[in-house]
Every structure is written in C-alpha cells, then in structure tokens.
Design a binder for this molecule. Structure first.
Ligand SMILES: *[C@@H]1O[C@H](CO)[C@@H](O)[C@H](O)[C@H]1NC(C)=O
Ligand SMILES: *[C@@H]1O[C@H](CO)[C@@H](O)[C@H](O)[C@H]1NC(C)=O
Length: 366
C-alpha cells in the first residue's frame, strides 16, 4: 500500500449525511439559476452524493453517477483537492480562486466566460477527476479498477533492468471515466465555448498522463542497488498545479472557425492574422480576454480586490500593493507581537525570560 503526501482519504459516516445536506441542496436548487458545471457540487456536498438532487447534471452524467456512486465519492474528494490547489496557485493573484467553495453561483459565472481562468479551472478539475479515480483504484477502494496489471515481470529504463513490483497506478480507467463524465455536458452544446472547454479538459488529462513517473526501490547489501523494484506513480498534485499554472501563463488566445456549410464552429485556431495554426493539445486555450478583476462585478464573477492583503515592498509583482490594489491605494494595519524570549534555565529549578516584541504592519487594498 502506498502513501500519498497530504492526502487523507476519508469516508463520511453514512446515515446522517442526508439530513445535513438536503437543506443545502434545496438552497442550491432555489438560488442557482443555471449552473454550468454543477458536477463540482459533488465536491461541495462531500462524500455522499444523491445523484438526483445534484442540480444541473446532464442525463449522461446522472446515469454515470447512479451506476458508480463509489466513483462519485472519489470525485468529491478530488474536487476538494483541486480547489485547494487552485487557491494555492492563485493566492497572490487578483483572481484567487477563493469563490469556488463558498459561493457556487459566483463560481458558475466565472466559468460562464471563456477566459484564461476558466481554462485553468477546466484543466485542473478534469485532471483532478482522473487523479482521484486513479488513486482510489490503486488503494483498492473501487470495485471496477485496481493496479495496472500490465506492469509485471522485468523491464528496463536508462539505469538498467528492474522488476515491476508494488502497485503501479493505472491511469487509463480514470481517463476513460473522466472523458465520459466531465466532457458529457460540452459534447451536448457544440458551441465555441464547448470546444474550448473540451480542449482544456483534455489538456489537463494529458498533462497528468505525461507526468506519470517511475518510482523505484533499491535492494542489495548495504545500500548497493543490485536489484530494483519499480512502479508507475502519479506526480504530486502540487506538481500538477505548478505545471498547469505555467500553462495558464502561456495560454493561447484562440478563435472559433466554421468549416464551410457548418452552422456551428468546428475547431479552434490561434487568433493571429493570417494564421491557420491550431493550438497544440498540450496548450491551454482561451477565447475571451480576462477582466482585470479589480472591482467586484457579478457579470464576470469578479469579487474585486478590496480588503486583499498585499505586499508594499514588491513592485510589479501580482501581490505587490500597486498591482493588487489596482492603483486605489492601501490601508496600513499595525500589530505588535509580544513573546517570551532569551529564556534561561537556573539550577534548580526556574526559568527566567525576557519579553520581546515586534511591530508588524499589514497592508490591505482600499
Ligand atoms: C481571495 O480573495 C477574497 C476576496 O478578495 C478574499 O476574501 C480571500 O481571503 C482571498 N483568499 C486568499 C486565500 O487570499
Ligand atoms: C514582501 O516581499 C518581500 C520581498 O520578497 C519579502 O521579503 C517580505 O517578506 C514580504 N512581506 C510580506 C508581509 O509577505
């Protein structure tokens, strides 16, 4: 059994869940006009999922949900993980991904746009589904999948021969399921945004697949590596977050193209004059330029940066006060911290300390 850093797989006690979540679901049903990517609610709702009560699932998703409730549980846990990762990657940005867990209607609206931020969220959430399912497969939590049975016997890499051992993560099942489940809604719509979302969903899955790696253990006398046992493993989720964040920074501006005699856009091309290049599968793509996220704007899903903590000494950095506060200026808050310091032990038996203090200033955007 392998261990995964920072990931705790936890099952909610069953029984009480319905009672807790039903009012929630009703609220969501009442206050959610049209939610674009409602399977994210699975994360918000926690472990037990009541497929019929999740608003906005398309038929195909509802069927998959009913057929594989145990998978839905993994997806829910995966959702918490990718939302956390998104917030970590964007903690210094004006758009900081924080609306995801609290306010799903705002999140939905952010997603209504076809911005870079949407591209990142689609990619990381789609990869997150694959990740969560693959991990659950390896941990033996799902009936339908397990370790990669093709990794048997001997093999070799650039360092020499090794034996397959342990449990190799089998990403294929997760990819198949995520394709069917996550892409289901976009496959119905067939507009420019759907093309964009499908592209970014696939990009997320591909990035994860390409960053699978071989992990090995050496055996032999006194640390010599006479034989090795190896297995394939998922990268750390943090690493996936960094890679996708980098792709976000280099995302490609695209525009939809209609083939002749088609009513709907059929593919995306790089938005440059005289260019008919298609974006690469491993690039994130966006159609609309992002708003600046300076002011609260319910239309774009921006909550603004008022009250955000910024760093006064950083210039031209996303987290510096000039950029973060969009030129509105900042408020200064002074705190003093007092603690015991330079403690000495005297024989016998007492300790004498000095009192130290430090003033700190915190800046928040006006
Ligand atoms: C993200 O921004 C919101 C709104 O400005 C703020 O309330 C929240 O504390 C921020 N989250 C983090 C992690 O900085
Ligand atoms: C602000 O940025 C500087 C330079 O990177 C850093 O040394 C300092 O710790 C930061 N201040 C805060 C409050 O994060």
């Amino acid at each position: 059994m392998r261990e995964f850093d920072g990931v705790v797989s936890r099952r909610e006690p069953s029984g009480s869940v319905h009672r807790i979540y039903l009012p929630f679901i009703l609220l969501l049903l009442i206050f959610t006009p049209r939610v674009d990517s409602s399977w994210w609610y699975i994360g918000a709702l926690g472990a037990r999922v009541i497929c019929d009560n999740i608003p906005g699932l398309v038929n195909k998703q509802r069927q998959l949900c009913q057929r594989h409730p145990d998978l839905m549980q993994s997806i829910g846990e995966g959702a918490k993980e990718w939302i956390r990762e998104c917030q970590h990657q964007f903690r210094h940005h004006r758009w900081n991904c924080s609306t995801l867990e609290r306010d799903h209607t705002v999140f939905g609206r952010v997603m209504l746009r076809s911005s870079r931020e949407a591209a990142f969220v689609y990619a990381i959430s789609s990869a997150g589904v694959v990740y969560a399912i693959t991990r659950a497969c390896s941990q033996g939590e799902l009936k339908i999948c397990g370790c990669d049975t093709n990794r048997r016997g001997r093999a070799s890499d650039e360092e020499g021969d090794f034996d397959w051992g342990g449990c190799s993560d089998n990403i294929n099942y997760g990819i198949k399921f995520a394709k069917a489940f996550v892409d289901a809604r976009e496959r119905m719509v067939k507009d420019a945004r759907a093309l964009m979302n499908l592209h970014n969903n696939r990009c997320g899955r591909m990035v994860l697949e390409r960053n699978m790696r071989l992990e090995c253990k050496c055996h032999g006398v006194s640390g010599s590596c006479t034989t090795r046992t190896c297995w394939m493993t998922l990268p750390k989720f943090r690493e996936l977050g960094f890679i996708l964040k980098d792709k976000y920074s280099h995302a490609i501006h695209v525009e939809p193209v209609k083939a002749t005699r088609h009513k709907r856009p059929t593919f995306l091309k790089v938005k440059k004059p005289y260019s008919y290049r298609k974006p690469m599968d491993t690039d994130l793509v966006y159609i609309e330029k992002s708003p600046n996220y300076c002011e609260a704007d319910p239309v774009t899903g921006s909550v603004g940066t008022q009250g955000r903590v910024c760093n006064k000494t950083l210039l031209h950095h996303p987290n510096g006060c000039d950029l973060m506060c969009c030129g509105r200026g900042y408020n200064t808050h002074q705190y003093s911290r007092v603690w015991q310091c330079n403690c000495k032990f005297f024989w016998c038996c007492y300790v004498r300390c000095n009192t130290c203090s430090e003033r700190t200033e915190v800046y928040t955007c006006k």
